[in-house]
Design a binder for this molecule. Structure first.
Ligand code: ATP
Ligand code: MG
Length: 278
């Protein structure tokens, strides 16, 4: 039997073919070539149609649509959206216990003057929360959606630049925390249109015992409940529940694709459509 060549498979996947379509086998090399050319043509036409929809304005890139949907769902749930700087001082990471020698420290993109590109949103959310707690009664609910940066050994599930959605609710009644964490996970998963997730107890390098939202073996989010020993670094004494989602991972689950590069910020893809199609 004659399968597609590796080069043909790569091209078909780039153009958005379903992985199963690339595993077909044929009676001879000519049949395999004919099928490749036909499939390539179909996928190029579909790609051009999708780009046309963007141009006409009937579509927006899926990552931005997902972001709006999650923002809307969290605001309806009473969360206040915040927007904080991407550049983070080293001391803010140290207050998260991420000092030199910590596993995550080697993944940080350092800038000059002891500053870095934020690898997470939590330190900024701690900082804003500390101030809000002096002004507002609890419960206090805030979230941010924005870029985070980590040096990763690549692969299909990690980007150096990805979009985190981090939410925290301060003052959740102690006995309700575990249920509330699950409920908030469901709010975001349902806004993202994703069914069939599992909640798994794990151990985070930063927070210790955590609850992960997992879809077909892929981590979509990590959640925690507090009080937590890190809270003392911010002078906070409160119960809380919090979750951090990767929007690109949510999009992979929603679109059932296994290539994070096609759904993330990219120069090669526009809304998942490969730009080199001609
Ligand atoms: P993983 O074990 O998959 O590398 P993590 O546990 O290090 O993830 P967290 O710190 O828990 O990640 O971040 C919260 C969420 O952000 C993750 O569940 C994931 O959806 C997303 N995320 C983390 N790192 C990346 C990355 N490099 N690229 C894309 N998404 C990421
Ligand atoms: Mg995690």
């Amino acid at each position: 039997m004659f399968p597609f060549t590796d080069g043909q498979k790569r091209r078909l996947l780039e153009l958005g073919a379903a992985p199963s379509a690339c595993e077909a086998e044929f009676e001879d090399a000519a049949a395999s070539d004919r099928r490749f050319k036909a499939l390539e043509k179909e996928l190029v036409s579909a790609s051009k149609r999708r780009l046309g929809d963007l141009r006409e304005g009937s579509r927006r890139p899926a990552l931005l649509v997902l972001q709006s949907e999650v923002e809307c769902a969290l605001r309806e749930e009473g969360f206040v959206q915040v927007s904080t700087p991407v550049i983070l001082a080293k001391r803010m990471l140290e207050r998260m216990s991420i000092g030199d020698g910590h596993a995550l420290s080697s993944q940080v993109f350092w800038l000059e003057d002891d500053r870095c590109l934020r690898p997470m949103l939590a330190p900024n959310l701690y900082s804003v929360s500390t101030d809000l707690m002096r002004i507002w009664e609890k419960p206090i609910r805030i979230f941010e959606i924005g870029p985070c940066f980590r040096k990763e050994s690549q692969g299909n599930r990690h980007l150096n630049e990805f979009t985190m959605c981090n939410l925290v609710e301060w003052g959740t009644p102690e006995e309700a925390r575990a249920d509330r964490l699950r409920q908030l996970a469901r709010v975001v998963m349902s806004a993202a249109g994703i069914d069939g997730c599992d909640l798994e107890e794990t151990d985070s390098e930063v927070y210790g015992p955590s609850l992960d939202v997992v879809w077909r073996g892929m981590e979509l989010a990590s959640g925690n409940i507090g009080p937590h020993f890190l809270d003392a670094n911010w002078g906070i004494r409160s119960t809380w529940v919090g979750l951090g989602f990767g929007l690109e991972r949510l999009l992979m689950a929603r679109q059932k694709t296994n290539n994070i590069h096609s759904v993330g910020k990219s120069l090669s893809y526009l809304d998942g459509v490969r730009l080199r199609i001609n």
